[in-house]
Structures are given as structure tokens and as C-alpha cells.
Design a binder for this molecule. Sequence first.
Ligand code: PMP
Length: 472
Amino acid sequence: LLSKETVLVIQISMLADVLRDDQFAIEQRFIIMFYCDDLFDHSVTGTMNYSRFLTAVSAARKPSPIRILTELQQRSPPTLISLAGGAPNPSTFPFQSVIITLKNGGSIKFDEASMNRALQYSGSYGIPELISWMKDLQRALHSPPTVAYAAEKGRMEMCVTTGSQEGLCKVFEMLINPGDNVLLDAPTYSGTLAALQPLGCNIINIASDHHGMIPEALRRVLSRWDPAEVRRPGSTVPRVLYTIPNGGNPTGASLTAERKREIYQLAREYDLLIVEDDPYYFLQFQKPWAPTFLSMDVDGRIIRMDSFSKILSSGLRIGFMTGPQTLVERVVLHIQASTMHTSTFTQLMVSKLLQDWGQDGFLRHVDSVVEFYRKQRDAMISSADRWLKDVAEWHTPTAGMFLWIKLKGISDTQKLIMEKALEKEVLLVPGGVFNIDSSLPCPYVRAAFSLSTPQQIDEAFKRLSALIKESL
Ligand code: PMP
């Protein structure tokens, strides 16, 4: 019945007893427990020793005793009498009940009891029914090899985050020290750069094309180091790789399954963690959907970010982090110390909707959203064909909501957009803001096909075309 950890500790303390040195016994026991904990991790997930990835700040985070009680209370039967929490009494809150009408004619009801719960503090991992629903979804979509969610030894965990942005920000703070080498394929999401750059790390750009990060380029960069150096204290070998695998923001690029497999193999060779930031996963225009890094993760080296922003609502702020238990726990400790939890109200709202829909209903909804964006994308491509053929180049994205357009003969789009485009009443994002050094010239612009009507998109490209021709 004993874990490996316990057995090893007993053996060592017996040895110390023989030496009749109590002080020695205590110290040895402590050190060996630490060491065995590492061994235990290895035995379950193969090669991972998560302690080498944590920053001192993250390693120092401790659970708040009050939050532990809240988690306990959340999982207890309603007969439990708790005098423990410092939660306010919801009977004093002014809100009585809510009925949210759905576009398909259904509704989500919050009666007084569920309203009281929705307006109260809740656990930092997320409300249990939402987490449980999401774990089932992750299992169905990715069947991660490291996971037996239901089994005691399951090493995967999930938590709710306030949008995937919160997860990203907290993951970076957990993993990245000033001076660390971090790998990503720029141009990349400006919110990622905003979270990463203040940490003082050295961002190494891996070349990419319209299929995303190029594995050969990653191999070339990594060949600056010897894989044997990886675990040497003070080693400068990168430990974190970040990428947006589907419908990249801003490039619209999607990684092929083959590239993902190659990148995962390199991550194994150099013991990298991969941050898979995938808010456009559900906006893939073709089926079958690409296999994710999580679905290949035999070691437990993937931290996956999902988001409901593009398929249910961006304002609800519901995102999810899926990854090794040890790392998710660190992020949850950070959540405990910062926001405490994502809004209970929005979590319950989404959870009620999902329970009502079931997995099939949810995936049918996703299909209808995909259909909408596919039409938008097609409209943007035909307008681009109509107005921009002579003055620009692009690749048709297979996921997401962005078209990444290279303007011919224009070395930097910053001035063109910020100074002249407004005069023509058309607005796009100059590509430079997505580069690690935003002051470098960049001939690209990002156009979103999410919000405007096909007619507006057509008119916008007509204006952009005139603008480019004038500047040339
Ligand atoms: N990652 C990427 C690549 C994004 O494009 C976005 C949103 N634009 C986010 C993360 C954050 O999304 P949210 O916080 O709304 O889930």
C-alpha cells in the first residue's frame, strides 16, 4: 500500500537509525524525500522533472488555507455546516434571479439557489461541473496519452482561467526567469509579447511560413546547444517553446501534423515544455481537425490553452489550461493570490449551457460558428482577389479569423496605416506590432474577417488598394 516514495524514505531512516545520529536522520530523510519525489515523477511520466522549469517566485507559492477550505466546501454535501469561510451572505445581495434567453429559443435559468451560488466565491480551479465537462471534452478530442483523468495516478489537470490570456500570463511567470532563452515563431500574438517581454527573457525567433514554425529552423537554433547540457545547473538551453498551432494570430498559419510531430520530438531531445496556445482550435475550416500537441504528449511536456472567447463569448472571459498536475497547481496558486477565481456567475452560465447541450450539441454549435467564419474568410479572399492582386500577396488561412497580407513595394506598413489609412477610412493592424522588435520595418498588415460584413470587407480592400497605389 505504500508509495515508492514512502518505501524509500523508510529504508533511509532505518539506515540513519543505525548510525545513531538523529540530526543526520532528519536531514537525510528530507533530502531523500525530495529526491524520491523526482523519481516518482519520472516513473509516471517518463522523463519529466518539473522542478527544473519553475521560477523561484512560482516555486515559493503556497496554498492559502482559506482557499483550501473553499475547495473542500465546494466538494462537500449540502448538509455540511461551515463556519469557516469569510464569504459574504448572498441574501444581502440585490440580485434575485436571471433568465437568459438563447438564440435557439431555449433558456438558462438562475433561480434563487443557483443565483446565490453564482454570486458567491468559488474554488480557484474552477467550478467542479465545468472542469469535469471540460475534462471529458479534452479526453474526447485529444485523448492525451499521459492522462487517465479518473485514475489516481493521472498526471494531467485542468483549471479555468479568466480567458486564455490569464493562463498565458501566469504560465510565463511560472516558467521564465530574466535572461532565459525562450523560443517562439514571430510574428506572434501581441498579447503574448506583452506578457513575455517584461520578464526580461531573450526571445529567440524560429523561422516560420504559412504552415507555422519550421521544424528544421528549430533544429538549427537548438543545435547551438548540446542536449547533454540540458540539466546542467546554469545551462542556457531554452526550456520553453511557445506556439499558436491553428489559425495563428496574426499570420493565419496552421501547423501540419507532421511538423507538430517533429517539433514534439525536438522538445523531447532538449527537454522543452511546449505552450500550445490554441484559441482558434475550434475555428478550423476543414475536418478532420489537426491532432494537437496534447494528443501527442507521452511525457507531460505540453501546457495547452483553450478559450471559449471565439465560440461562446469573449466577454464572459472563460479559458482553460490543461497540463501536468504539478504545473497547473502552480498556476492555480497564482490565481488564488491574484483573482481568486474566474467569475462564478460566468462559469455557471457556461456550465449550464454545456450541460444542456451535451458534447454533441456543443460540437454542433462549433460547426455553425465555423460555417460563419468560413463564409467570412471566403468573402475576404474574393475581395482580396478583386482589389489587391497587383499590390499584395497572401495565403488563404485554414483556421482562425485573420488574413496576413504582404504589401508589395512597401517596406514598412506602420506609417501607411497609422497616418494615411484613417484618412481613407480603412483600418488594419500594421504587421510590426507582432514582431519581437516592433521598431523594425514590416511589409505586412493583419486584416480580421470576423466582424465586418462582406460588403464592408470589399469596400475596405478597395480603399486599401487605392491607398497602396497612391503611396507607390
Ligand atoms: N492567444 C491568442 C493567440 C489570441 O489571439 C488571443 C485573443 N486574441 C488570446 C490568446 C487571448 O484570448 P482570450 O483571453 O480571450 O481567451
